[in-house]
Design a protein around this ligand. Structure first.
Ligand code: UDX
Length: 488
């Protein structure tokens, strides 16, 4: 839950630093609104005029719970403003946060640093006073030191007045919890390269420090690495349990119980051990790839080789859902034949042909619930593969349809859960939105053609659904076609 608290003056004696945030995507827009919530005057900057216009009207251009309220409050109070003019920010602010994207380069695994480079270069060339530039974007190790040098050279060549320092303060916010993670982070990591950054940032984050948030001041390289290390660890944890899924799918066993049991060991912990269709989004996949690319550049090819396996295990989960859909539909078809012909022919081998023209409901296309982000989304990838194989796919996501349609316009997007499941031979739950976790098996059952469901996130109570005549197959669980045949 996000609480809008009465703004406290960030500094009693000295004038509070004025803040700019360059880049107003998920990270930057959230950071700007949260800094305003902490009592600072903030200027958000982006090169996209349409985005800036919407933000200036108090509209968040993406789905993030709690953010619209903060944005509206602080735009209305005048504490939060937006511009496309980086020079305005350079003249006005004392601290400039860099929150632009570092996406995966097209056709490569490395991160595209052109937006970060451009943001820092344009600021450095326009600042004419003392200031601090604070990188928040996720970057390959070595970037911040290179940028510090860039700032120094650009300014020396132009003969600009004022001291400009550079620091790196990685962001660990999760989509869906972005406001909470920014206002009450579980740690603050600051990489520094100069004498003034620490004092200024301690004032910026005074509220978090007063709440005893761990404060880690370190060098630039450590700060850069902390972020990618955290994401590489989380990705590894998910692929670790998903690798065990490949075993339990073969020999039987309960992947959820296995995760619970090892998770009780405090050294391991239960979080990020949910087996399913795997990780996606704008961070984990690209960060593990960029890290491998960076260590290769450094001549350390073997160091992060295991992350290639982490990535492979993750992508194999998507293959598994498609294979399972084929197996389940093949078994159901054979069961129907048997029923029609009393003792029908022996089961035919599962074939991808079974998808052709078959209506499949896909519930969820975002990479996780409470987000409209479909970047590298396992759910959307699976929906598209089924469509490509000839299935009649109907997709419903509470927030993600529009972004998904921009990427894959030919899928059939519908406006409700009911419309998605109408006449479906098979239902796939691929993003665990609350609406899907709490579905009524009878209400959904009354609409589908067959009560067959693949739970790609292991969130349904399988026993309860079975009582309502459903066959629910959780990812990471063994699928027994004979059971379906007997049931049919
Ligand atoms: C992640 C990091 O958590 C965050 O600290 C960083 O700043 C940005 O990247 P985010 O991309 O918002 O945040 O999503 P996260 O909640 O980490 O989930 C990532 C993916 O892993 C999702 O697709 C999610 O469905 C999947 N996941 C997560 C699992 O498959 N199993 C789990 O147990 C947990």
């Amino acid at each position: 839950m996000t609480e809008t608290t009465a703004p406290a003056a960030p500094a009693e004696q000295e004038a509070a630093p004025r803040l700019s945030v360059i880049g107003t995507g998920y990270l930057g827009a959230t950071h700007a609104a949260c800094m305003a919530e902490l009592g600072f005057e903030v200027l958000g900057v982006d090169v996209d005029p349409a985005k800036i216009e919407r933000l200036a009207r108090g509209e968040v251009p993406f789905h993030e719970p709690g953010l619209p309220e903060l944005l509206r409050t602080h735009v209305a109070s005048g504490r939060l403003r937006f511009t496309t003019d980086v020079a305005e920010a350079a003249r006005w602010a004392d601290v400039h946060f860099i929150g632009v994207g570092t996406p995966q380069k097209v056709g490569e695994t490395a991160a595209d640093l052109s937006y970060v480079d451009a943001a820092v270069a344009s600021l450095a060339a326009a600042i004419d006073r003392d200031a601090l530039i604070v990188g928040k974007s996720t970057v390959p190790v070595g970037t911040a030191r290179r940028l510090a040098e860039l700032v120094r050279t650009v300014r020396a060549e132009a003969g600009l007045p004022g001291e400009v320092e550079l620091a790196w303060n990685p962001e660990f916010l999760r989509e869906g919890f972005a406001v909470r993670d920014t206002l009450t982070p579980d740690r603050l990591v600051i990489g520094m390269h100069g004498p003034r950054a620490e004092g200024i940032l301690r004032r910026v984050y005074a509220r978090q420090l007063a709440a005893d948030t761990p404060w880690i001041s370190t060098d630039l390289e450590t700060a850069e690495l902390v972020k990618v290390a955290a994401n590489a660890f989380l990705a590894t944890k998910i692929s670790f349990i998903n690798a065990f899924s490949e075993i339990t799918e073969n020999v039987g066993g309960d992947i959820g119980t296995l995760a619970d049991a090892i998770g009780h060991d405090a050294r391991i912990g239960r979080r990020f051990l949910n087996a399913g269709v795997g990780f996606g989004g704008g961070c984990l996949p690209k960060d593990i790839r960029a890290l491998q690319a960076r260590v290769s550049e450094l001549g350390l090819d073997r160091t992060m080789r295991f992350l290639a396996e982490v990535d492979d295990i993750n992508l194999r989960r998507r293959d598994r859902v498609v294979d399972l859909a084929v197996q389940v539909l093949s078994a159901a078809r054979d069961g129907r034949i048997r029923r029609a012909e009393a003792s029908g022919p022996a089961p035919t081998p599962a074939s991808v042909q079974v998808l052709n023209g078959t209506r499949i409901a896909v519930l969820g296309v975002t990479f996780k619930p409470d987000s409209d982000d479909v970047r590298d989304s396992p759910a959307l990838d699976v929906a598209n593969r089924l469509y490509t194989a000839g299935a009649d796919v109907r997709v419903y996501d509470p927030e993600g349809n529009a972004n998904a349609a921009a990427r894959f316009p030919r899928l059939d997007y519908v406006d409700s859960l009911e419309a998605a499941v109408d006449g479906a031979e098979l239902t796939l739950l691929l993003t665990e939105w609350r609406q899907f976790r709490e579905m009524d098996p009878d209400a959904v059952g009354a609409r589908v053609a067959s009560r067959l469901l693949i739970d790609g996130r292991n969130v349904l109570d399988v026993a309860a659904w079975r009582e309502h005549g459903w066959d629910v197959i959780g990812l990471g669980h063994r699928f027994d076609p004979e059971r379906l045949l007997r049931a049919a």
